[in-house]
Design a protein around this ligand. Structure first.
Ligand code: T4K
Length: 368
């Protein structure tokens, strides 16, 4: 078996716990369309996450697209250049124009002052990301949105279980979108969810994710298919039983990295941020000029030794072809995002990563 270490590895519950659910699915013949496990997962997630209205989805990207549509977003959407491509693809896919603004160099989340400066009469929404699970400046963003009458859709793909000063960070904005992809802290193989602020929005989201149906003979909107199979929902129920343990092990690994990398010249560990409950979804470090290797040299060095960190998020979204020509995609306008994309390295972190493996990873950064 390969001794290689990848940036993440999904937490897998005991298979026997999952087969119990599979047997029930085989007996019932209910495979999809809001079946009993789908309903149960929504109820249990509401309880676990401390949110009131959740709609589970087949992935986070479809959920982002649906959230923008459900809120009737049009025109310009102010968003971050420093994210996974799905964030701004959802904006483009809906026929809206992404407007990129720079990030704060410490948190790597959107800078509220830059958001406010980018508002025009065409702006209808803000789509911030809680990057690496660290909350965006939710109070400032919610205030700007209220002042200018804008919608806010948080891309909370990384923020499962994260709490800020007032409880779940998912309760901010009009909607928050989660990803339950295999690489996330909580996964349903593929999956996602929309947390809606109001029951009316949840009801509309639920219609949109089911082709726009409102009953057998009525279609009220141009919906899509965002539904979750019973197999995926059942897997989520099993995962949920183990997620606290998984999050706590992630916390231990985070602490081990911080202690081991403390004082290493040219390495800055991110995460001195404002969450009251963290999920340790990623372990991002910035590799600065004082480090003996460039970020890319370190990346190659680690890979050559069987450790595969990732450069999330490099290149920046505005560097991709379909964004390059936007007026706000000019890299000179986005110095903090540009610099982060050239310095970032996400080190492996997942519950099954052993302390010895963390030592091996750190040694590749310190024994040069
Ligand atoms: N918004 C944000 C801010 C996001 O980060 C994402 C997704 C989305 C929206 C969209 O949500 P989804 O539509 O995906 O639900 C990964 C994920 O595919 C993507 O979900 C994630 N963000 C993004 C940050 O990372 P890749 O291209 O890095 O995945 P991949 O296949 O290279 O996997 C990374 C490592 O994980 C592999 O080296 C090995 C390990 N792995 C991966 C998979 C898929 C496993 O061990 N098992 C697996 O099944 O994109």
């Amino acid at each position: 078996m390969s001794n290689d270490i990848f940036v993440t590895r999904p937490s897998m519950p005991p298979l026997s716990e999952f087969t119990e659910y599979l047997e029930k699915i085989w007996d019932s013949g209910v495979l999809s369309n809001s079946g009993p496990f789908h309903q149960q997962l929504e109820a249990e997630l509401q309880n676990f996450l401390g949110v009131e209205h959740i709609s589970i989805f087949n992935n986070g990207t479809i959920a982002l697209m649906t959230a923008l549509r459900a809120l009737n977003v049009s025109g310009e959407v102010i968003t971050t250049p420093y994210s996974f491509i799905a964030t701004s693809h959802a904006v483009l896919w809906n026929g809206n124009v992404p407007v990129f603004v720079d990030i704060d160099p410490a948190s790597l989340n959107m800078d509220p002052a830059a958001i406010e400066a980018a508002i025009t009469e065409k702006t209808s929404a803000i789509m911030p990301v809680h990057c690496y699970g660290h909350p965006a400046d939710v109070d400032a963003i919610d205030e700007i949105a209220a002042k200018h009458d804008l919608k806010v859709v948080y891309d909370a793909a990384h923020a499962f279980g994260v709490e800020c000063h007032c409880g779940s960070v998912l309760n901010h904005g009009d909607a928050s979108v989660l990803s339950f992809h295999a690489t996330k802290v909580f996964n349903t193989f593929e999956g996602g969810a929309i947390v809606s602020k109001t029951p009316e929005l949840k009801a509309y989201v639920d219609q949109l994710k089911n082709f726009g149906h409102a009953g057998e003979t009525k279609v009220v909107a141009t919906g899509l298919n965002g539904k979750v199979s019973e197999v995926n929902a059942a897997f989520g129920l099993v995962q949920l039983r183990h997620v606290k343990e998984a999050l706590s092990r992630r916390g231990e690994i985070d602490a081990q990295y911080r202690a081991s990398l403390d004082g290493v010249k040219g390495v800055t560990c991110l995460g001195d941020t404002n969450e009251s409950v963290a999920n340790f979804a990623y372990f991002p470090v910035l590799i600065g000029a004082e480090f003996p290797l460039s970020r890319d040299e370190l990346y190659e060095h680690m890979k050559a030794h069987g450790v595969h960190p990732r450069r999330y998020f490099y290149p920046l979204i505005p560097e991709f072809e379909m964004y390059q020509n936007l007026p706000t995609a000019r890299l000179q306008l986005l110095p903090n995002a540009y610099r982060a994309s050239r310095e970032i390295l996400c080190l492996p972190i997942y519950p099954d990563l052993s302390n010895d493996s963390v030592d091996r990873i750190v040694a590749l950064m310190t024994d040069l």
